[in-house]
Design a protein around this ligand. Structure first.
Ligand code: 5GP
Length: 191
């Protein structure tokens, strides 16, 4: 039986990746399911347990690491852990759904190592780092210290962009979404 494919989206925080992924999830022919990650970071006001993330305490997260329940996991920010649960992925791809991952570059490389040609890594770039800083401040969900940490990580992540399969700049949202749809359509028809 054919299995679903894995499509990884990585981008510096504030690039608009979440919005892009949500729009793509609405395109029925792509048969995309969102891979809900686990994290120990606090839940934000606009988020839901089981939709955006599975929120765990650090102890619970560590217990899952010890029980080998993660396909990959990373300490994305100091003391903040994020991971993809094996159970989320295998069920979906066995049912021939394609999975969309919103994970950092280290996680993306991990997925590629395990799934090879069955996985596509898409990097979404902001038009510039200045624009990114502006978007993060306007979003109003993160403290000043968090914004600084996120910008520092953004610079690091941008340096890995050219190791992804494709890079898309999110300057105008609809244009970026259309471009990514074309890329995914092509990937899904490949052997
Ligand atoms: P946020 O706290 O803004 O939701 O996410 C922070 C970062 O963690 C984002 O760059 C996101 O892509 C990454 N991330 C979310 N889930 C996972 C995961 O399961 N694994 C890895 N490696 N990174 C993740």
């Amino acid at each position: 039986m054919a299995k679903g494919k894995l499509i990884v989206f990585s981008a510096p925080s504030g690039t608009g990746k979440t919005t892009i992924v949500r729009k793509l999830m609405e395109v029925e022919r792509l048969k995309l399911k969102f891979s809900v990650s686990a994290t120990n970071r606090p839940i934000r006001a606009n988020e839901l347990h089981g939709r955006d993330y599975f929120y765990f305490t650090t102890e619970e997260f560590n217990a899952k690491v010890a029980a080998d329940e993660f396909l990959e996991w990373e300490e994305v920010y100091p003391g903040r852990f994020y991971g993809t649960l094996k159970s989320e992925v295998e069920n979906c791809i066995n049912q021939e759904f394609n999975m969309a991952f919103d994970i950092d570059v280290a996680g993306g490389f991990d997925i590629k190592k395990q799934y090879g040609k069955q996985a596509l890594l898409i990097f979404i770039k902001p038009p510039s780092v200045e624009e990114l800083a502006k978007r993060l401040r306007n979003r109003g969900t993160d403290s000043d210290t968090d914004i600084e940490t996120r910008l520092a990580k953004a610079e690091r992540e941008l340096s890995f962009a050219d190791r992804y399969d494709v890079v898309v700049v999110n300057d105008a949202l609809d244009v970026a979404v259309a471009e990514i749809q074309t890329i995914i359509d092509k990937f899904l028809t490949q052997e």
